[in-house]
Design a protein. Sequence first.
Length: 321
Amino acid sequence: PGCLLNSIPDPGAAPVKSHRSMDRLKRLCKVLGSNYQERLDKLGIAAGHKEMDEKTSKALEQTIRVLEEAKEARFSKLQALGLKLRDLWKFHNTAPENILEFAETFACIDAESANELTKEKSLSMELISKATEEINTLEASMVAKQKKMYLGKKQKLLKLLEETHMVPADMKFDPKKKVESDFPKAISDLKIMIKQVKVQILERKDIVMRIELLQHAVNNSLSVKTSERLLRSLKNMVVLEGTFLFDGKDVKVVINEIEYEMKPASTKPALPVKKRMSARLTELRDKEQSSPDLPPPPYPSRVRDGNRERRKGVWGKESKR
């Protein structure tokens, strides 16, 4: 008899199961931002009706499984978006009141599972779209800021190089190379080079300072004795140095040029004949180009004067005859 009683189905079991499934569907629709009543209408379930046939019950369970999968997928998506937003907010130093608009997205970062999110529309597609749009805006702004930062670092590097009379090639840096992406890497490389140049500035200071003083002495005709003393000390310092470039040239070449300029004009070696002729031709060419509207003379003035003298001589002889 006991076995017989256990085998008799409970008429209230099916309604209870359906009631729980419908409550579960309602909770899922709330979190996902889906319309609960539309789901019921699609399944053919009347509002408040707890009993249903087996086919409808299976369709309900299938709908719940689909929504559960969507819930997990959206949770993972929002977690990833939340992490990206957090990094962008840090970069832009975003104000708390602006972050508050994405509180639900931010909450996904700390949640261990999707079941912890029970607020209405906390896993809705609307929230995902809003977070995605915000990320796109912040990323575009970030790229603009990074580009500005890169150009600032680049300008700083070039200024430091100029101050210590180095050229970009000394640091294996090409200022003409365009950077359109991966600005963080480019900025990092520039920071390293800036640190290296700052070290170079300190190490090069004595030699650079003396060269600048000598160049100033040449241009301003300062004391010869002072200039010669500076030149001697500079030569002694350079002997102890290895490779030392000044404005892209070997420092010894620069010193020789300064020493040549320091000599009085009378002691400087004259230019070779060919170079003098070349300089004269260049001067004449530049003169012609500076006044192109004037017609060229038929012959040089000295040739004309010479012909006149010869004519005078001939005519004088004829008159004597």
